[in-house]
Write a protein that binds this ligand. Structure first.
Ligand SMILES: Cc1cc2nc3c(=O)[nH]c(=O)nc-3n(C[C@H](O)[C@H](O)[C@H](O)COP(=O)(O)O)c2cc1C
Length: 158
């Protein structure tokens, strides 16, 4: 048995979360792969955990396409989904239903929001301006919640 964490990340938060999650999964060997640039074969894994992030309410289109294209394959695996984002209220729970089909969401073993970070070092000029205006943050801040990642790992392996 083995587990694939397949992530896509704009400024590194979903990537960092994947690396933390890997350290918390105890039952199987874990490979972490970047959907944008790594070579991988999802058929080789019994468990697949998908990780992505929210920008202007949406997860990366490439992750949505991966889920649609691999519907049958994912139907045969144990699947988890995490999202990194900075919104924390009830509103943020809607990010799942706004971005993925309910059929896919219902078959997930575990899903969670891990929190997120604003990484000003990796934002472009426009992103910096938008984030400063909307959030009030002017410097890099991390709200990635390790407890949520730990809980995800325990539930996924439970
Ligand atoms: C341009 C931009 C738009 C964002 N829009 C949202 C949003 O609509 N809702 C939210 O909760 N977080 C939003 N965020 C915060 C990201 O979800 C957060 O930075 C996340 O950790 C990014 O993960 P990544 O670096 O793996 O892509 C936004 C961040 C940026 C830079």
């Amino acid at each position: 048995m083995s587990t694939l964490i397949l992530y896509i990340s704009q400024h590194g938060a979903a990537e960092k979360s994947s690396d933390i999650l890997k350290t918390k999964l105890k039952d199987t060997p874990v490979d972490v792969k970047n959907l944008r640039k790594d070579v991988f074969n999802p058929e080789n894994y019994e468990n697949i955990i998908l990780g992505c992030s929210i920008h202007a309410g949406h997860v990366q289109g490439k992750m949505k396409k991966f889920v649609k294209k691999n519907e049958n394959l994912l139907g045969r695996k144990k699947v988890g989904l995490f999202i990194t984002c900075m919104e924390e209220g009830a509103e943020s729970q809607q990010y799942f239903t706004k971005n993925f089909d309910v059929t896919f969401l219902n078959k997930l073993k575990t899903k969670a929001l891990f929190g997120g970070e604003f990484n000003f070092e990796r934002m472009n000029f426009l992103e910096k301006a938008i984030i400063k205006k909307i959030s009030g943050f002017t410097e890099t801040v991390s709200h990635i919640d390790e407890n949520k990642i730990e809980n995800f790992a325990r539930e996924f392996e439970g």
